[in-house]
Structures are given as C-alpha cells and as structure tokens.
Design a protein around this ligand. Structure first.
Ligand code: URA
Length: 241
C-alpha cells in the first residue's frame, strides 16, 4: 500500500482497518489545520502508532509497488542515457538506510547502488558497524546516472525525490546515514557544508538522520576516514548495536 495519492471524498467503512486508519489521519490533519501542533506521546506509543497500518501491507510489498510505479521512467532527461534504473537494495525492514547521491558508471551498468570502488568502501564501513549490506537498505537521491557523473540538476532531483520519500515511507527506518554533501543537503534542505553537518543527528519526519562523508570522497582523502569512524561510532551507540 503506497501512501501517496488521496482518497478524499470516498465513503469510509468503519469495519475496514485501512479506512479506520484513513479516518484517523483525516481527523489529525483537520486538527493540524485547526492549529494543533502535537501531542506529548511516549516513545513507545509513537512506535505503536507508526506501525498501526503495517499489518495491511509489508514494507517489501510497498517497495515492489513503488518500483513498478516508477516503471521504465521517462519523467526526466536522465532516462535518455541511463542503462538501468538503480532503485535500491537491502532489507525492506531495515532500521538503517544509507542514502547516496546517484548511480555512477558501475551502478548504472548493474542496476544496483554502491557496487563500484566507493561501494566497496561503503560495504567495509557497514561491516565495521557490525552490519551487512543485506541488513541495511541502500539507495540514492536520484535513481538514474547523470551523464559523465555530473551533479544532478534541480529539476531531476525534484522529479525523483518523491520516490526516495516513497522508499522511506515503505521502510520506515529509525536512522538514515546521508552520504556526502549532496545527500545531506537534499535530505535536510540546507546549504550547510558537510564538514559542519557530519556526525550530528537531525530529525526528518521522525527519522534520525546523520550525515557523514561520501565514500568516494574518502577514496580521495583517506585522512577523513578517521572522522567517518567517529561518526559511525556515534551511530552505533545511538542505534544500540
Ligand atoms: N555514489 C553514489 O552516491 N551512489 C552510488 O550508488 C554509487 C556511487
């Protein structure tokens, strides 16, 4: 069940769990519009509420549905030169999602994120925090390779970003590690440099986001690996792994 789109105006059935949830959401939206800014909920209650509709569809199903919605995407000019759409990989129920910038040459060829040299380093970073690629989820801000690995253009990001939001809605991770300037600035809607953002936790719709340096940057600046290790230790401690 992809939560994009709207069912406003539809008759709601009080015996249908999906409709009950929708009614609750509509009530909360109404309260928000009326000026209600929040509830003083315990962490445990928030967790229960967050997962209320999880029994209606699995994260894996939601991701599959989202992937088929993307289809053979022609929504922006990146479709012209890409080989494969690079959607994402890993555990649909992951607590931690790594978000990079966009596919490079190897990723475009193979249709999987972070499989080139930077990807091999990311795999090592993930293993260093006692996890594996299979236990986390890995994706990018944009799903198609910009020609010559140029920076993604604003219209390309704008077109593709809702799909990342859809992935996050499906997975509902507790943590995101934003890899590099581009992912961090896009996710946090800021222009602060990565050197100031890294190692700090930010809130994104209830998800704790921690930016760190991009593995490709580490390949060129190996002295920064120490900083990334400090960031990863903070992440491990926050995640309690
Ligand atoms: N760099 C990224 O940001 N993402 C990839 O998938 C590969 C390299």
């Amino acid at each position: 069940m992809v939560r994009a789109g709207s069912n406003y105006g539809k008759a709601l059935d009080d015996n249908n769990p999906g409709d009950i949830l929708e009614k609750t959401c509509n009530t909360l939206r109404y309260m928000a519009e009326a000026g209600c800014t929040g509830f003083d909920c315990a962490e445990k209650t928030i967790g229960i509420v967050k997962n209320l509709d999880r029994n209606l569809s699995s994260a894996a199903d939601d991701l599959k549905e989202l992937r088929s919605l993307i289809g053979d995407c022609q929504r922006c000019k990146l479709c012209k030169e890409r080989t494969n759409i690079v959607f994402g990989t890993g555990d649909p129920d992951a607590r931690l999602v790594f978000v990079g910038e966009g596919p490079g040459y190897d990723e475009d060829q193979q249709g999987e994120p972070f499989v080139g040299k930077a990807g091999q380093l990311l795999t090592k970073i993930i293993q260093a925090i006692n996890l594996t690629r299979e236990k986390v989820y890995i994706c990018n801000i944009i799903k198609c390779r910009p020609p010559g690995n140029r920076n993604p253009a604003p219209d390309e990001i704008k077109t593709c970003f809702p799909f990342l939001e859809g992935q996050l809605d499906a997975i509902r991770p507790d943590f995101i590690c934003a890899l590099g300037t581009f992912a961090a600035q896009t996710l946090l809607d800021t222009v602060e440099p990565i050197s100031r953002l890294r190692g700090r936790f930010f809130d994104l719709r209830g998800i704790k986001v921690m930016p760190t340096y991009h593995p490709a940057y580490l390949l060129r600046n190996s002295e920064k690996k120490r900083d990334v290790w400090e960031d990863m230790k903070k992440l491990m401690s926050m995640m309690d792994v």
